[in-house]
Design a protein around this ligand. Structure first.
Ligand code: FES
Length: 111
């Protein structure tokens, strides 16, 4: 297990989404129904930050070509995106979001 602290959970819940750099990775935190989810922040189609996109119905829409990803599963929802984004386990400890970066997938781009 490789857990890393990131940002206050309250900030993510208030803003709805937030990009973070953890363990050399660009990750995205999204608030959905009062829970926080972590995914890769780089679109698998081209270079765009998903946290610059729009969140609706549990999906994030890429700001560049409007590809959709399910935030909970990372699943690409159809063209132009065909490759899923990575998802990561999250836990909240003393109000801070901790992210487990083990098992990261190819879409999590190192910074
Ligand atoms: Fe995200 Fe094209 S860069 S859909």
């Amino acid at each position: 297990m490789s857990w890393h602290s990131s940002v206050p959970a309250a900030d993510v819940l208030e803003q709805g989404s937030m990009g973070v750099e953890v363990d050399g990775l660009r990750l995205a935190l999204f608030a959905l129904d009062g829970e926080i989810h972590a995914t890769g922040n780089i679109c698998t189609h081209a270079f765009a930050l998903l946290t610059d996109g729009h969140v609706e119905n549990g999906c994030v829409e890429c700001p560049l070509h409007q590809g959709l990803f399910d935030i909970r599963t990372g699943r690409a929802q159809g063209t132009p995106v065909t490759k899923d984004i990575a998802t990561y386990d999250v836990r909240i400890e003393d109000g801070i979001v901790w992210i487990n970066t083990e098992g990261r997938a190819v879409s999590a781009v190192e910074v």
